[in-house]
Design a protein. Structure first.
Length: 505
C-alpha cells in the first residue's frame, strides 16, 4: 500500500486508564475513500481508539498520523475543524434547536455585522438534505425527529464542515431495517464522493454489506486487517475471540408447565390493538417484528409503565391490575429495558453496587447488608458474563458500552423473578458474551421462570424461543410454533410483503 493511499495511520497507539490498558501498541492504516470496519469484543478498545482520534481522550503514547502529519487534537471540535467527525450513539445535537441550527451550530453564516444569516443557513441545510437525498424539514425541531433522522442530521453537520473522515460507532443499533438501508445508501454515496468511513458494529453481517476492509482488536491489541471479500465471518469471530466459537445457540429442551402470564385483548389506543397471548412456566416466548411494530410498547404496558385502555392481564391465573413497575415487581415481573444507559444503570455507582442493588432486600439482615455474600454474587456475575472491569469497585460509567449492558443484564439475572420481560437482551453485546447470556436464560428457565423476549435478531429469536409472536403496527399478525418458525415465515408476517426481506443472516 502506497503512503499516498493512506489517510489515517495509527503508530503504536497506547492508552492507559487507571488500572486498565485500553490500547496496547496499536498500529494500522486506513485508506483514503474506503469504508473500514473496526470490530472486537466488548471492551476491546474500539471506542477508545476513536475517541483518541477525535480528541475526546489523549493517548498515553504513540502517534496518530492524519494526511501525512502527526495530529494531537485536544477537543472533538478541533478534530471536526480539521476534517474528522464522529457520530456516537448519544447524539451531540440540541433537541430544542431546528435541524438547520444544529447543522450550523458553531459555524454560523454571518452577515457583515456578525448577525447570523438565517436565510443562508436554512438554504445550505436544505442543499445538504438534497445532496444526501433525504426528506427532512430543516425547520423541524431536532427533538421531534426519530433516531434515524437525528443520525442524518449529524452526518449533514459533519459534511457541512467538509469532513474527510467520518466515524460511526454502532450506528445501526437502534435503527429499523428500512433506516439501516437508508444509512447504508448514504455510506456508499459518501464513499463515492471520496469520504473515508470508519464503521464500528457488533453486527458482523453488516460489514459484508458496506465495508471494504475490517480491522480486529482484542484486549486492546491489534489482531489484523483483512479484505472483507476474502474473510469468512467465522474467521472474523475467531480473530475477535481468540478461539473457535462453536455453540452458537446453546438451547436446551424446555418442559412447559402451567400458565404463568395471560394477556387478553390488551389495547392502548393508537399503539397496541387487541393483543392476546399466554406463556407457561419454563417457556421462552419470542416477540418478533420490525422496530416500531409495538413490541417495546407491549412490554411497557404489561410492566405498568404505560397505561392501557382495555384488556386484561392474568398472572398465575389471577387477574392483576398493574399501574406501576413496583406493582409489576410485586407480581414477580421484571423488565430489562431497551434503553439501558438511562433506564437500567446508576452510572456513578460501582459494578458491585449496581449488581447488588436488586439483591439488597434478600441479602440484608435487619438492615445490615451481608457484604461478603454480595461480593460473592457480584463476582460470580462478572465471571459468568465476562464483564471487563479492573475491579468490582470500578464505576460503571468507565466501562465500555457493551460491558455496561452486561451489568444491567447481570442485575436482572441475579434476582429471582417469575416472569422476565427482555427487550433486545443482546443488543451491543459481542458474540462470546451473547452465548453466555443464552446460557443464563436457560438457567432461568430451568429455575422455573418464564421469559418473554423481544428481539430484532432473527437467528436469536428462532433459536431460543419455544413460540414466536409476530407483531406489526401494534397488532399480533400471527403466532408460530418452534416447528413452523422460519425466517421467511416471520418476515412475511412482520412485513406483510414478501419482497422486502430484512437483513437476516
Ligand atoms: N474513561 C475510562 N476510564 C477508565 N476505563 C475506561 C474508560 N473508557 C474505557 N475504559 C476501559 O477501556 C477498555 C476499552 O473500552 P472501549 O470503550 O474502548 O471498548 P469497546 O471496544 O468500544 O467496547 P464495546 O463493544 O463494549 O463498546 C475497557 O476495558 C473499558 O473499561
Ligand atoms: Mg464502544
Amino acid at each position: 500500500m502506497g503512503e499516498d493511499d493512506v489517510i489515517l495511520k495509527f503508530e503504536n497507539v497506547t492508552k492507559r486508564f487507571p488500572g486498565v490498558l485500553a490500547l496496547d501498541n496499536v498500529s494500522f492504516a486506513i485508506r483514503k475513500g474506503e469504508v473500514h470496519a473496526l470490530v472486537g469484543e466488548n471492551g476491546a478498545g474500539k471506542s477508545t481508539l476513536i475517541k483518541i482520534v477525535t480528541g475526546v481522550y489523549q493517548k498515553t503514547s504513540g502517534e496518530v498520523i492524519f494526511d501525512g502529519k502527526p495530529v494531537h487534537f485536544l477537543t472533538p471540535h478541533e478534530a471536526l475543524r480539521n476534517g474528522i467527525a464522529a457520530i456516537y450513539q448519544e447524539f451531540n445535537l440540541i433537541p430544542a434547536l431546528t435541524v438547520a441550527e444544529n447543522i450550523f451550530m458553531g459555524h454560523h453564516f454571518t452577515r457583515r455585522n456578525f448577525i447570523v444569516d438565517w436565510g443562508k443557513m436554512r438554504e445550505e441545510a436544505r442543499k445538504l438534505m438534497e445532496f444526501l437525498d433525504v426528506d427532512i424539514d430543516v425547520d423541524a425541531q431536532v427533538r421531534d425527529l426519530g433516531v434515524a433522522k437525528k443520525q442524518v442530521v449529524e452526518i449533514a453537520k459533519a459534511l457541512s464542515l467538509n469532513a474527510r473522515v467520518l466515524i460511526m460507532d454502532e450506528p445501526t443499533a437502534t435503527l429499523a431495517q428500512k433506516e439501516i438501508e437508508g444509512l447504508f445508501r448514504i455510506i456508499r454515496f459518501l464513499k463515492g464522493k471520496g469520504v473515508t468511513v470508519i464503521y464500528i458494529s457488533h453486527r458482523l453481517e453488516e460489514i459484508y454489506e458496506v465495508c471494504d476492509r475490517v480491522t480486529v482488536l482484542r484486549d486492546g491489541r491489534y489482531v489484523g486487517t483483512r479484505n472483507v471479500k476474502e474473510i469468512k465471518v467465522d474467521e472474523i469471530i475467531r480473530m475477535m475471540v481468540g478461539r473457535e466459537v462453536v455453540e452458537k445457540f446453546p438451547r436446551v429442551a424446555h418442559h412447559a408447565g402451567e400458565e404463568v402470564l395471560r394477556v387478553e385483548n390488551l389495547t392502548r389506543h393508537g399503539v397496541l390493538e387487541n393483543i392476546s397471548f399466554s406463556v407457561r412456566k419454563g417457556e421462552i416466548l419470542g416477540i418478533a417484528g420490525m422496530v416500531g411494530s409495538g413490541r417495546t410498547e407491549l412490554l411497557r404496558a404489561i410492566y405498568g409503565l404505560d397505561p392501557i385502555d382495555a384488556g386484561k392481564i392474568y398472572v398465575k391465573g389471577k387477574e392483576v391490575h398493574i399501574h406501576s413497575p413496583l406493582e409489576a415487581i410485586n407480581h414477580g415481573i421484571a423488565l430489562l429495558p431497551e434503553e439501558r444507559k438511562t433506564q437500567g444503570l446508576v452510572l456513578l455507582l460501582s459494578v458491585l453496587d449496581n449488581l447488588g442493588l436488586p439483591l439488597l432486600p434478600s441479602l440484608s439482615n435487619r438492615g445490615f447488608v451481608d457484604d461478603k455474600k454480595l461480593t460473592a454474587v457480584a463476582q460470580d456475575m462478572v465471571e459468568h458474563m465476562n464483564i471487563k472491569t479492573p475491579s468490582l469497585l470500578q464505576k460503571t460509567m468507565y466501562l465500555s458500552g457493551g460491558n455496561q449492558q452486561k451489568v444491567v443484564l447481570g442485575k436482572w439475572f441475579a434476582r429471582n423473578c417469575d416472569i422476565y420481560l427482555f427487550d433486545e437482551p443482546t443488543r451491543g453485546i459481542d458474540v462470546g458474551a451473547k452465548i453466555e447470556i443464552y446460557h443464563l436464560m436457560n438457567k432461568l428457565i430451568e429455575r422455573g421462570s418464564t421469559i418473554v423476549m423481544v428481539s430484532s435478531e432473527l437467528p436469536e429469536i428462532l433459536a431460543m424461543s419455544d413460540r414466536i409472536l409476530v407483531m406489526r403496527e401494534g397488532k399480533v399478525m400471527g403466532e408460530l410454533t418452534r416447528e413452523e418458525a422460519t425466517k421467511e415465515a416471520i418476515l412475511q408476517l412482520a412485513l406483510g410483503r414478501r419482497e422486502e426481506y430484512a437483513r437476516v443472516e
